[in-house]
Structure formats: C-alpha cells, structure tokens
Design a protein around this ligand. Structure first.
Ligand SMILES: C[S@@+](CC[C@H](N)C(=O)[O-])C[C@H]1O[C@@H](n2cnc3c(N)ncnc32)[C@H](O)[C@@H]1O
Length: 208
C-alpha cells in the first residue's frame, strides 16, 4: 500500500527544487544500488530542522554514505559538527569522498562500528540526533538517545510507516521494532512527538 497517494507523491517530487551536483550523484547511486537514503523530501526537512534549532552538534545513527549528513552539514555554520556512524567501512570511504568534494569534511567525523555502542561511548549532549539504523533496534535506540539529547533537542527517526507494514496483523521483527518505538515516543513523558507522513514516515520528538 502506498503511504501517499501516488499522483500526490509524484507532485511533491516534481515541485521539490533540484539539488546540487553532489546530492544528485548520491541520489543516482542510491537508485542504481537500491540503497535506502532519506531522499530529497526528508533531506529538505533535515536542513530546516538544523536551521531552526541553530544546531551545532548532530549525531547520526546509520549514516550510509552520507546523504542525510550532507543535508545537515549544508544548513550548519562553520562551527557545526556532525558525528556520522555506520557499520560498513565502505560507506565511510564513499561518504568521505563526497564530503571532501563538497568541502564539508571539517564538519564531519565518521565512525565505523555499532552506532548504538558509539553513541553510548560518546560524551556530551546533542542538538539533533537522527536515527536510521536497522529497525529491530529502534526501541533500544530510544532509551539510549534520550539522555544524549539536550533539553529542547530534536530526535528524528526515519521509516515510522515502513511502507505501510505497520498495519500488518502479523508484524515481522523490523516492523515490531518500529511499533514498539512508536509506542515509546508517544507514551514517554520525556519527549513530545509527531509522526509526519512524508516519504516512509518520520518521527520528530522534542526533549522536554
Ligand atoms: C537507511 S541506511 C542510512 C541512510 C542515511 N541515513 C541517509 O539517508 O543517507 C541505514 C544504514 O545504517 C547502517 N546500520 C544499520 N544498523 C546499524 C548499526 N547498529 N550500527 C551502525 N550502522 C548500522 C547500515 O549499514 C546502513 O548503511
């Protein structure tokens, strides 16, 4: 089942302004290898969030080859710092080549390993945390992220509607992870959350 009426979805992509050359290359690569980047609709939203919050410190769990981080970095001033994480060394190499060409390498540190363990071992708090790791890990990510977010900080998570599999009467492990996570973001008194049905659904939680 489509999340957005297909003609409306096509319309949204059609009216979205063109991206710079590097983002277009990253998008073409995702299409070629069927790699799940957040895409331009959510990318623009990340840019807005970094701008509105004047974010200086961002942490990403599951950075792939840097498409989402590229949008954040584009919105951050010279002092902006992003920690990217991914389990795959090849993604780091690819991401760093894009960041170098875009002259944004000074804003980004890319760490390879388990994103949850890296976040747990990282000191300090963040203005924005983006979660895009494997979906069965989402409930654990919630518990880990909240203490690492500053008060008023924003926690953004991708794939909350999961191609409509959240409606499945017999959810698999990934879908169950998303359902449990959804319950957590709405029942926790520590955050105030909304799910936005753009692309595959994103949640936005503000730490109270
Ligand atoms: C959906 S992709 C990320 C896309 C990226 N946020 C973007 O929009 O450009 C998910 C990535 O998370 C990585 N990943 C999944 N679980 C992880 C974990 N526990 N630790 C580190 N990386 C993980 C995968 O290797 C994959 O590259």
């Amino acid at each position: 089942m489509d999340i957005t009426n297909p003609p409306i979805n096509n319309y949204l992509y059609r009216v979205t302004p063109p991206r710079d050359g590097i983002l277009q290359e990253m998008e073409a690569l995702a299409k070629k290898h069927n790699f799940p980047i957040i895409g331009p609709l959510v990318g623009r939203f990340l840019f807005q969030m970094a701008t509105i919050t004047k974010a200086q410190k961002i942490f990403e769990l599951g950075s792939g080859y840097g498409y989402s981080a590229y949008w954040f970095a584009s919105a951050m001033g010279k002092k902006g710092k992003i920690i990217c994480t991914d389990g795959d060394e090849k993604n780091k190499i690819l991401a760093e080549s894009f960041f170098k060409r875009a002259k944004i390498s000074n804003k980004i540190t890319f760490k390879v390993g388990n994103a949850l363990e890296i976040l747990a071992a990282t000191k300090g708090t963040f203005d924005i945390i983006l979660n895009d790791v494997d979906k069965h890990q989402y409930p654990e990510v919630f518990d880990l992220v909240i203490p690492k977010l500053k008060k008023g900080g924003v926690f953004i998570t991708d794939n909350l509607l999961w191609s409509s599999k959240v409606l499945d009467p017999h959810p698999d492990a990934s879908t169950l992870g998303i359902l449990k996570f959804t319950h957590k973001i709405y029942s926790s008194k520590k955050v105030f959350s909304t799910i936005l049905p753009i692309r595959d659904g994103i949640s936005v939680s503000v730490k109270l």
